[in-house]
Design a binder for this molecule. Structure first.
Ligand SMILES: [Zn+2]
Length: 255
C-alpha cells in the first residue's frame, strides 16, 4: 500500500511540526486534521478519488477536517464513538475490526489512554498509524479523567504484541524502529512514575511541587500540561493503592 502524507499548518508545542494526515493508496485518508481550508484543499488535490476517512480520536487537530471532506466528496467516515456526531459518522469502530482498505486488510486496535476512545490502525505489512498514542519524537499527553495513564501503558503493551515494524505518528517523524520506540515509551512512563513516587517520598505533596522536582527548568507554556501528566500518574498510583490523597495532598502508602 502506498503511503503518502501531508502536514497540516498547525505547528505548536503539542502538535510539533503539525498534524500529519496520511493518504493510503488512492482513496483513504487517516486523520484529515484540523478544519483549515488550505489543508483540506491540499488533501483534495492529492487525493481526488477520496472514498474513506479514518479517524483515530476526537481531538481538534485530528478529526474536524473530516466533516468538510465528507461534505465535498461524499467520502464515508469511520471513527470511534465520541468522535464527531452520529449523523456525520458512517461506521463506528472500537478496535478488533479488520477493514478492507485499498484491497488490503487494515486492523483496528483499541488504544485507550491518550483519550478513552483512541484507536490505531495496522496494515498487514506492519505499518502502524498511531495518532497521538505514539509520536515520532517526545511523549504524548494524558489528560484525566478521560485520559488514563493505566490504560495508556496497557495500550502500549497491546501495540507491542502486534509486532509493528514502522510507526506513522500523528505528529513527528515516521519511525522505522517501532518495537524500540514503544518499549522506550513504556520505560519512560514507568521511570516518570518512579520519579513521582520518589518526589512524594522526599516531601512533595502536590502535582505542582512534584513538577518542580521533576522538571525544574520547564518551558512555562508546558507547565500546566506537565502537572496534568503528573496528575495522571497520581491517579494510576491511587487506583493501584500506592498513594492516598487527602485534602489535595498526596502521600505514598506503598511503593
Ligand atoms: Zn490528541
Amino acid at each position: 500500500m502506498i503511503i503518502r502524507d501531508i502536514t497540516a499548518p498547525n505547528p505548536g508545542p503539542f502538535t510539533l511540526s503539525g498534524t500529519r494526515t496520511y493518504l493510503l493508496g488512492e482513496s483513504t485518508v487517516i486523520d484529515p486534521g484540523p478544519a483549515i481550508d488550505s489543508h483540506i484543499e491540499a488533501i483534495r488535490a492529492a487525493m481526488p478519488a477520496l472514498r474513506t476517512i479514518l479517524l483515530t480520536h476526537r481531538h481538534e487537530d485530528h478529526a474536524p477536517a473530516a466533516v468538510a471532506l465528507k461534505h465535498a466528496t461524499g467520502a464515508r467516515i469511520l471513527a470511534p464513538l465520541g468522535v464527531l456526531d452520529d449523523a456525520t459518522v458512517d461506521q463506528r469502530i472500537a478496535g478488533g475490526e479488520s477493514l478492507l482498505i485499498e484491497g488490503e486488510a487494515l486492523q483496528v486496535i483499541a488504544t485507550p489512554g491518550h483519550t478513552s476512545e483512541h484507536v490505531c490502525f495496522l496494515t498487514s505489512a506492519g505499518d502502524l498509524f498511531t495518532g497521538d498514542t505514539v509520536l515520532g519524537v517526545g511523549t504524548t499527553t494524558i489528560f484525566p479523567p478521560d485520559g488514563s495513564m493505566r490504560d495508556y501503558i496497557d495500550s502500549l503493551r497491546v501495540l507491542l504484541t502486534h509486532q509493528p515494524t514502522r510507526i506513522f505518528p500523528g505528529h513527528g517523524p515516521t519511525r522505522g524502529d517501532a518495537h524500540a520506540v514503544i518499549e522506550q515509551y513504556i520505560a519512560h512512563r514507568l521511570e516518570r512514575e518512579q520519579q513521582v513516587l520518589d518526589s512524594l517520598a522526599a516531601g512533595a505533596t502536590s502535582a505542582a511541587a512534584i513538577r518542580e522536582r521533576i522538571y525544574p527548568h520547564l518551558d512555562p507554556r508546558l507547565r500546566g500540561a506537565a502537572e496534568i501528566q503528573i496528575d495522571a500518574h497520581l491517579d494510576k498510583l491511587r487506583n493501584e493503592g500506592c498513594v492516598v490523597e487527602h485534602g489535595g495532598e498526596y502521600r505514598v502508602i506503598r511503593k
